[in-house]
Design a protein around this ligand. Structure first.
Ligand code: TTP
Ligand code: MG
Length: 451
């Protein structure tokens, strides 16, 4: 714990749903649910209006529909979420070189590494308010911000006035804020530990504080007991760790219907590996680390990577590693996104690498299936919420589709709520519209480009 409130935590409010309300004026102030909307779908997030009906992240779409049948159920637009995230992360980097992203919509900023006259409460409060204002101006999204003397308290603080809140916990008052809270606010206290603590009558942090460190260790084991004891006393010295610069070249694809056929997944990875290798070749680059990214039907996103002894730009090598990495993942529920990336880039290739090291498994003998055109062609597919453009009516979003009819609401972030019109699914004047992404073939971070 520091003597100054110099750790800032920012978390965007109802992130995916807020991006949807920003870009779809007719949904502002209304219940919106984003996630897998099919029969096995799971809610990724819900707008605060939908939350008031009891809709929550990770709930099944079916339950969400029962609780809030009049909500707009949208399938998600990751390109739009990614570009909003990039802008917000950039604003935090403008403030301090030490930014630690936790997810697309959440990060810690170390204000002690920022160029500020001092770290007095007035100063950090002004800086936090400025940051919230800049985020709103640049993205149209509200962020909740907390500032405190440690990561743990800063994260608690950002939740205190959520949504659209700002809370600064003055150094010296940490225990006042923390003690009355429920034990589950402590990182590492999940449902199982909460249940265990409840069974011995421990519900609040105050109650935890009455136990000695040894008592907590005997209850929960050494590692968890010690960490819980420290956090219950607001002791947290974890530093803000800046994300490492990780240049990469990557390709990914999202698929309209979940892919369950393992061989088809492998065929898609092989195709993407080829595209990644082509991009590497064009830029005269090679890389040591091959990664795959898999988003399951319930929006859980997994990644796996494997590092070679020396850089490669060989499509077959990238493909073989990607297929091997897929082998470690349980994809039986189906996947909606696959991606292949190469990082650890160098501007040279070691020739004939695997003749020497033999580090990559042999190509499996079984041939892969051809990829059906329908998997790759998204032009004729209109899940609810996606952006479209009509040659005469302009830009809009899919309100619903079925029985060969697509219904579109013609509006964008910059227009008033717009009219709804229906079209034949095969109408040649109607097509999907994709936000132009910045040139991120060589991107910072995981840097997944679109395929
Ligand atoms: P959160 O910050 O946990 O949630 P949120 O931003 O929607 O709402 P708030 O912070 O106001 O409570 O997660 C950020 C985004 O991550 C969220 O908009 C959607 C996505 N997400 C999932 O895809 N699945 C999940 O289970 C969760 C919790 C979030
Ligand atoms: Mg959030």
């Amino acid at each position: 714990m520091r003597h100054t409130a110099s750790v800032l935590h920012l978390d965007l409010d109802a992130f995916f749903a807020s991006v949807e309300q920003r870009d779809k004026p007719s949904l502002r102030g209304k219940p919106v649910v984003v996630g897998g909307i099919g029969h096995r779908g799971v809610v990724a997030t819900a707008s605060y209006e939908a939350r008031s009906f009891g809709v929550r992240s990770a709930m099944s779409a079916r339950e969400a529909r029962a609780k809030c049948p009049h909500a707009a159920f949208l399938s998600g637009r990751f390109g739009a979420y990614r570009s909003a995230s990039r802008i917000v992360m950039g604003l935090m980097h403008d403030l301090s070189p030490l930014v630690e992203p936790l997810s697309l919509d959440e990060a810690f900023v170390d204000l002690a590494a920022a160029d500020l006259p001092d770290l007095e409460l007035d100063t950090v409060t002004r800086v936090a308010a400025d940051l919230r204002r800049r985020v709103l101006e640049a993205t149209g999204l509200t962020a909740s911000v907390g500032v405190a003397s440690s990561k743990f308290l800063a994260k608690i603080a950002s939740d205190l006035d959520k949504p659209d809140g700002l809370r600064v916990i003055a150094p010296g008052t940490e225990l006042e804020v923390l003690s009355p809270m429920a034990v589950r606010v402590i990182p590492g206290v999940g449902p199982a530990t909460t249940e265990r603590l409840h069974r011995v009558g421990l519900h609040t942090v105050t109650e935890l504080q009455r136990l000695s460190e040894d008592e907590l260790v005997s209850l929960l084991g050494r590692a968890q007991g010690q960490s819980l004891w420290a956090l219950a006393h607001a002791r947290d010295d974890r530093p803000v760790v800046a994300e490492r610069e990780a240049k990469s070249v990557s390709v990914e694809g999202t698929y309209e219907s979940d892919i369950t056929d393992r061989k088809l997944m492998e065929a898609l990875l092989v195709r993407q590996a080829g595209e990644v290798a082509t991009r590497l070749g064009k830029q005269g680059l090679s890389g040591r680390t091959v990664s795959i990214k898999v988003r399951l039907h319930d929006f859980t996103t997994l990644s796996r990577s494997s590092t070679l002894p020396a850089p490669t730009d060989d499509p077959a090598t990238v493909a073989r590693l990607a297929r091997t990495l897929l082998g470690d993942l349980d994809t039986s529920g189906g996947v909606r996104l696959l991606g292949v990336g190469v990082s650890g880039l160098a501007d040279w290739v070691q020739e004939d690498l695997f003749a020497e090291v033999g580090g990559v498994p042999e190509e499996p003998a079984e041939p892969l299936p051809a990829i059906p055109a329908s998997v790759l062609d998204r032009r004729g597919s209109y899940p609810p919420g996606v952006d479209v453009v009509h040659t005469r009516f302009g830009r809009g979003w899919v309100w619903g589709s079925g029985r060969r009819v697509v219904t579109v609401r013609f509006e964008t972030a910059d227009t008033p709520p717009g009219p709804v019109r229906s079209f034949d699914l095969a109408d040649p004047e109607l097509s999907r519209w994709h936000e132009p992404e910045p040139d991120d073939e060589v991107a910072s971070g995981p840097g997944w480009g679109a395929s």
